[in-house]
Design a protein around this ligand. Structure first.
Ligand code: GDP
Ligand code: MG
Length: 675
């Protein structure tokens, strides 16, 4: 038997004990499961050959106990060296030679973590027992399965215990020691039931039958041992532990083992195969199975240790070294974070970002969308005449006559109205500024989600503050230039614009519409409806303006959503003519409307062209170029650095975990290399 191999595994177990619950490598061990009071702790004690486990009625084992048995040679000088002793992982260096002390320590530490009143905890206790009288083995004693909560136990005690047990036995490397009292029905065995769930083929489950001495006269476990009840590949071992009375009268284990041997030797049913019965046979069998198991799984363990080692090492590298500012490390880090942030900011705006998404517009494309879709369509949809009644035009005409030549009285009336309508471009233009601003904030927020900022939460906060402030202050000059552009258009109406329909031409168009040369079938001029006239003006003007009516550059991309963004559209108002206009008045009104539309379209084109340019200059490019300087000014100063570069709790903790894990894995690697 290869004692050394199992000792190696024990060392590995110790190596990983410091990393708590997250042991990345599944080490072989034997887990003892079964109903409460089926005799689990008694079996363990018999295997160890010592009284050291807390016992009593009810739930006594309330935390997993990882028990390493280590075979050591007998001491050369028994007067100075203890022959056998126990040592707890949580009390390193302290040798327990009095085994009742071990029991007290188990009880003390159990109560420390779970309270006195029957509470349970998955936190294991690690105990090693060194003795010439034990076989090197690793065993886990687990709380027994109970169904009804008592004391401080939670209502779902059954589920909690099952979960705790499952954590140990569902690893493929666990050997399951399933304990069933022989005086109960095997078919009802909780231990076998749980074992079967994780090991349906019974490849790693050993059955232990306790309390064979308590069976009714004339009954025995021969059928079970022969595999005729519930067969297990690794078989069953019958044992006889001390009964409650033996415990109460302090019957020694040596005596108990003697009694067990006699029981099987002399029992009519077992005497012929008594060498396959009892605790000593069980220990040998366990040791052999464990050894075999370890040999089979060692290569896998080696591979796992290696892969985990590199995984944790690269994570540690990514976390970076803890900040200490002896040599200006903080300053360098801030500098590179600022540089990277501003570079990324520009990249995203230019669409050169590494993670260009294929299903969502990002960065610069979104700004482009705001300009070419939202803004352009918002401007195009403004109707200069929807708020102007024919009767209003007539009033203005009358008010402004006298200062105009007889033929074309409309000029000043046209200017009054068109100036008022041009003001309407201001609101959507300012809205466009704020939308682009929002997009820039959005980009900044995306960049602030990068890992570097998770590590330094204060830095992230300050970054956010500086960036949003800078963006906000850039909005004011942008708004100013935008309102200025609208004011420029409003302040001077350029009737000499080459695209503007001239007064004479307008008059001709209106006259033509009102007196069509085409005749009807009766030889008289066809009556023409006013609405069709105004429609045809618009059509001809649209052609003249070359304003595309279709969906534009983004049309197909966003077809599924709203066809035309409505955000900027003013509420439609109803155009109502009031009173009856004379023919001349009507004609003059039509001419003015035609002029307004023609000029308005020119201004629309200017807006759609100029406002994005202004926003690019004053907001987008200003930020691109100024952000780095601003960040440096605000964040790159020696006093602020120390506060800013405080790492998050999470980072510090994770780094510690990684280090601990790497240490454990390195130790494990060392142990494995000697195998
Ligand atoms: P656990 O809850 O599964 O750990 O069970 P324990 O080892 O604490 O045993 C529960 C009770 O059953 C104790 O009173 C033991 O003395 C008794 N017991 C365990 N095994 C045997 C056995 O083989 N024979 C007899 N007579 N009593 C046993
Ligand atoms: Mg127990």
């Amino acid at each position: 038997m290869d004692e050394q191999l199992i000792q190696k595994i024990n060392k590995l177990q110790d190596a990983f004990a410091t990393v708590g619950q997250h042991n990345p490598v599944d080490l072989p061990q034997i887990a003892v499961i079964g109903s409460q009071s089926s005799g689990k702790s008694s079996v363990l004690e018999n295997i160890v050959g010592k009284d050291f486990l807390p016992r009593g009625s009810g739930i006594v084992t309330r935390r997993p106990l990882i028990l390493q048995l280590v075979n050591i040679p007998p001491p050369k000088d028994p007067s100075t060296e203890p022959a056998e002793y126990g040592e707890f992982l949580h009390l390193p260096g302290k040798k327990f030679t009095d085994f009742s002390e071990i029991r007290n320590e188990i009880t003390r530490d159990t109560e420390l973590k779970t309270g006195k009143n029957a509470g349970i905890s998955p936190l294991p206790i690690n105990l090693a027992i060194y003795s010439p009288n034990v076989l090197t083995l690793t065993l886990v004693d687990l709380p027994g399965l109970t169904k009804v909560p008592v004391g401080d136990q939670p209502r779902d005690i059954e589920r909690q215990i099952k979960e705790m047990i499952n954590k140990f036995i569902d690893r493929p490397n666990a050997i399951i020691l399933s304990v069933t009292a022989a005086n109960t029905d095997l078919a009802n065995s909780d231990g076998l039931k749980l074992a079967r769930e994780v090991d349906p083929d019974g490849n790693r489950t050993i059955g232990v039958l306790t309390k064979v001495d308590l069976m009714d006269k004339g009954t025995d476990v021969i059928d079970i041992l022969a595999g005729r009840v519930i067969p297990l590949k690794l078989g069953y071992v019958p044992v006889v532990n001390r009964g409650q009375k033996d415990i109460d009268t302090n019957k020694s284990i040596t005596k108990a083992l003697e009694y067990e041997k006699q029981f099987f030797d002399n029992h009519p049913a077992y005497s012929s195969k008594s060498q396959f019965c009892g605790t000593p046979f069980l220990s040998r069998k366990l040791s052999m199975i464990l050894n075999h198991h370890i040999k089979a799984t060692l290569p896998e363990i080696k591979a796992k240790v290696a892969s985990n080692l590199s995984k944790y090492q690269s994570e540690l590298e990514q976390l970076g070294d803890p900040q200490d500012d002896q040599s200006g490390g903080n300053a360098n880090t801030v500098l590179s974070i600022i540089t990277e942030f501003t570079n990324d900011f520009c990249m995203v705006l230019d669409g050169h970002s590494n993670d260009v998404s294929s299903y969502e517009l990002s960065g610069g494309a979104r700004v482009s969308f705001v300009f070419h879709e939202l803004y352009a369509n918002g401007i195009k949809s403004i109707d200069p005449l929807d708020q102007v009644k024919d009767s209003d035009i007539r009033t203005i005409l009358y008010n402004s006559s006298g200062s105009s030549p007889a033929l074309f009285v409309a000029t000043s009336a046209f200017e009054v109205i068109v100036k008022k309508q041009i003001r309407r471009f201001e609101e959507p233009s300012l809205k466009c500024v704020s939308m682009v601003h929002d997009e820039l904030v959005r980009i900044a927020n995306q960049l602030l989600n990068k890992p570097a900022f998770k590590r330094f939460p204060q830095l992230k906060e300050q970054f956010y503050f500086v960036v949003t402030n800078f963006l906000k202050t850039s909005v004011f000059p942008t708004n100013k230039i935008v309102t200025d552009i609208v004011s420029m258009e409003q302040c001077y109406i350029n009737t000499a614009h080459p695209d503007f329909v001239s007064g004479q031409k307008a008059l001709n168009i209106v006259a033509e519409k009102n007196n069509p040369t085409k005749l009807g079938p009766d030889g008289r001029p066809l009556p023409s409806s006013r609405s069709s006239n105004s429609n045809s003006y618009e059509r001809s003007l649209d052609q003249e303006m070359n304003l595309p009516k279709e969906n534009g550059f983004f049309g197909s991309f966003f077809q599924s959503k709203s066809k035309r963004p409505t955000i900027m559209e003013p509420p439609p108002s109803i155009l109502k003519a009031s009173g009856v206009l004379s023919e001349r008045e009507q004609m003059e009104t039509d001419v003015i409307k035609l002029l307004i539309q023609s000029y308005y379209n020119i201004v629309k084109r200017t807006m759609i062209d100029m406002i994005p340019k202004a926003i690019m200059l004053k907001l987008v490019n200003h930020c691109r170029e100024g952000l780095q300087k601003e960040l440096l000014k605000e964040l790159y100063n020696p006093e602020a650095l120390k506060e800013l570069m405080k790492e998050s709790e999470l980072t510090v903790q994770r780094r510690m975990e990684c280090k601990r894990m790497i240490e454990a894995l390195n130790k494990a690697d060392l142990v494995l290399n000697t195998v």
